[in-house]
Design a protein around this ligand. Structure first.
Ligand SMILES: [Zn+2]
Length: 435
């Protein structure tokens, strides 16, 4: 009877793989790609997975890679995910493996995510015979506003294992924060849901000296901007908040001409799908009502982006347990707040109990300095320390192995169970929030 691998098996082995994972990460960093296609990145992933006992499928509408590892023994299925795309940014960080593509940079660490997921595939693939269940490796393009996760779901990602997923885990690195190698997460909302609100107010142009002969859309649009801020404070619960920022406001060509239209655009964020579902129609009604009150019309357009990402308690506790075993209690901390950025791994955590672990990859050069002083993700100066790579790979592999060995149902505390039952209602179904 072979013994199942435990997370500890993976720690030493991941360290041994570190030079290889680092080389892969540097190669990805030198040739970053944006969006859904990523042909060079996909080729590097396929090459790195060669020789492993995996069933591999590549995407049709996008350059994704789905690799399925079927363990030697029956059991449940889990998913591990790494996003692969870069950002339209000129790299200014001084690293030897700097981007060779003008205006494109891996500034969010997704090159590290790919290397970690390849590492996890190596670690688990080497223990295939002992593994009790199936692991789906999701190499995802287009996380940065392209909704790559939705495309992968449309192309059958969730059917890849041939059974429902009992867990889904990913890691997201940051270039600042606590000591490199520290993991973090929180139960419940991890990242916000987002939506866009676009408004065009249609009035009637005229001479700036005689507004009574025109229908000036500028003060009406300004009124809408303020009314929307009021709506945030009056309509959204402080315990389930909404953030609305008008980042664009445009009208007119000259100081003495009343324009025919005025327009503005806002980003809306919420920490639960319910708050977003409640707020958006109210915002539309308010804006249309103000236009109507002035005898004008407003074209209002809303578009929902990624839903809020909700971490399941059992997945967070699994992460905590595995990190604690591998790297000690000081390798873990609980995040106090959600972050108001958005992430399409939420499409996966909506259908499987999952979590995205934060992992600090802050360079050691900032040790002893204020946590926030190192340039953050999406900065042209962001640097991610490769010391995080083996840790990310070992924890992903450890979580998958530990979850599989628990069988279909992972025992958890009664408190966790009842809290999960209460939160199941706020799990969106994939696609639910796509316009
Ligand atoms: Zn990212």
């Amino acid at each position: 009877m072979p013994t199942e691998p435990t997370p500890l098996h993976f720690r030493e082995r991941a360290e041994a793989l570190a030079p290889e994972l680092t080389a892969l990460r540097h190669a990805l960093h030198r040739e970053p790609e944006i969006g859904l296609a990523l042909p060079l990145t996909q080729a590097k992933v396929l090459d790195a997975l060669k020789g492993l006992p995996l069933e591999i499928t590549t995407g049709k509408a996008l350059g994704s890679v789905v690799a399925v590892l079927r363990g030697g023994r029956p059991g449940p299925a889990v998913l591990l995910r790494g996003d692969m795309d870069a950002l339209p940014l000129q790299e200014l960080a001084d690293v030897p493996y700097r981007s060779t593509v003008d205006g494109v940079m891996h500034a969010c660490g997704h090159d590290q995510h790919v290397a970690m997921l390849v590492g996890a595939a190596r670690l688990l693939g080497e223990r295939q015979a002992e593994l009790a269940g199936t692991v789906v490796f999701m190499f995802q393009p287009g996380e940065e506003s392209h909704d790559g996760a939705s495309y992968m779901i449309e192309e059958g990602l969730l059917d890849a294992a041939g059974q429902p997923l009992v867990g889904a885990y990913s890691v997201h690195v940051s270039s600042n924060g606590p000591r490199c190698g520290t993991f973090s997460a929180r139960v419940g909302t991890q990242t916000a849901g987002n939506a866009e609100l676009k408004v065009v107010v249609r009035g009637k142009g005229g001479h700036g000296s005689t507004p009574h002969t025109a229908a000036d859309p500028v003060p009406v649009a300004a009124e809408m901007v303020l009314a929307l801020q009021n709506l945030v404070t009056r309509a959204a619960s402080v315990f389930d908040p909404v953030v609305l920022t008008v980042g664009l406001f445009r009208a007119g060509t000259k100081l003495n001409i009343i324009p025919g239209t005025a327009e503005f655009e806002a980003t809306v964020r919420s920490t639960s799908p319910e708050a977003m579902a409640d707020f958006l129609p109210r915002a539309v009604r308010l804006v249309e009502g103000i236009a109507d009150g002035w005898g004008m019309t407003a074209d209002v357009d809303t578009r929902e982006g990624y839903p809020a990402m909700i971490a399941a308690e059992e997945a967070v506790e699994l992460g905590h347990e595995v990190v604690g075993e591998l790297y000690g209690e000081d390798g873990w901390r609980y995040d106090e707040h959600p972050i108001m950025a958005s992430e399409d791994f939420s499409r996966i955590t909506a259908v499987a109990p999952g979590v995205q672990l934060g992992l600090s990859a802050r360079p050691a050069a900032f040790d002893g300095a204020d946590e926030a002083t190192a340039p953050f993700n999406h900065s042209a100066y962001a640097v991610f320390d490769d010391a995080a790579l083996p840790r990310g790979a070992a924890v992903l592999a450890g979580m998958a192995a530990r979850r599989l060995s628990a069988g279909q149902e992972r025992p958890c505390s009664r408190a966790a169970r009842s809290r999960m039952a209460g939160s199941s209602a706020i799990r969106a179904r994939p696609g639910q929030n796509v316009s």
